[in-house]
Design a binder for this molecule. Structure first.
Ligand code: ZN
Ligand code: ZN
Length: 274
């Protein structure tokens, strides 16, 4: 049996993992919630990876996601399974994302702090360009058909399996540590860069780590810790406090400061609503 029989699906899965973790660390925790400060050098690497593997524009992603937090599971949420229906979000997640990303008012209101810089104008705003370059690179490395199949496989996994499993299933079924309309899935967290610990995340959006208790694993947190050790990422005081509050609440250490997590969580919501 040909080696490519194994290599092609492995490459597709690896690409999807790289894209999901880059989305989680840079776009989600770094830009959208400002739970991390990413060094410009690491920022350019993340943007290049996202450009080649997803073609997403950072300003659009941040705006759509902050709107999701501002209107979670009510009218105005760009991709709520409770408002739109589970299967519509599971199958058409990409359509709802693109529709909201094209709404100029959403971009202006929810991502005024994410400025299009020279690198965006020259390169990263050309999403289809990034995907095309990514596909050419894959074909050069793997050969034409294996490259095309690995690239398409990655796109299908990212667009129709992993991203909607966070937006759809993450607001539909699972376990909960906190009272909100999102759910955790410990096993899906392993394949979604920790994003499926979504109940924890909605309770403490400013926390840079999504796992809160024994048995929950957040793969992106491993990368974040390595980047912190390398001096490429820093975690500010309020983000560190949000993380501590989240973990203390799950551990049941309720004390006078229990009101604080709500404030820490509200900070980013205030940012997007103001
Ligand atoms: Zn959510
Ligand atoms: Zn979020």
């Amino acid at each position: 049996m040909s080696v490519q029989f194994f290599i092609v699906p492995l490459v597709a899965v690896a690409l999807t993992q790289v894209a999901v973790i880059a989305t989680s660390v840079y776009l989600h925790r770094g830009l959208a919630h400002q739970a991390l400060r990413v060094h410009p050098i690491a920022g350019i690497v993340f943007r290049t990876v996202l450009w080649l593997t997803t073609g997403q524009r950072r300003r659009e992603w941040v705006a759509v996601h902050r709107k999701h937090h501002a209107f979670t599971d009510r009218e105005g949420d760009p991709h709520s399974p409770r408002v739109l229906g589970f299967w519509r979000v599971q199958v058409l997640n990409v359509y709802y994302y693109v529709r909201e990303a094209r709404n100029g008012e959403t971009i202006r209101r929810f991502a005024p702090d994410v400025i299009e810089d020279r690198a965006d104008r020259l390169l990263f705003s050309w999403g289809w360009g990034g995907l095309s370059v990514g596909m050419v690179l894959l074909c050069l490395v793997l050969g034409f058909w294996p490259g095309v199949i690995a690239g398409v496989g990655h796109a299908l996994l990212y667009v129709f399996v992993l991203a909607p499993s966070i937006n759809g299933l993450g607001h539909w079924r699972g376990t909960q540590n906190f009272e909100n309309t999102a759910y955790n899935s410990a096993w899906r967290a392993w394949i979604t860069g920790g994003e499926s610990l979504h109940n924890n995340h909605h309770a403490h959006p400013r926390a840079p780590q999504f796992s809160a208790r024994f048995g929950e694993f957040d793969p992106s947190w491993l990368l974040i810790r390595a980047l912190v050790a390398a001096g490429l990422v820093t975690i500010g005081r309020s983000a560190a406090k949000a993380r501590g509050d989240m973990r203390r609440r799950v551990a049941g250490e309720s004390d006078e400061t229990l009101a604080a997590p709500a404030l820490a969580g509200a900070r980013s919501e205030d940012l997007v609503e103001g």
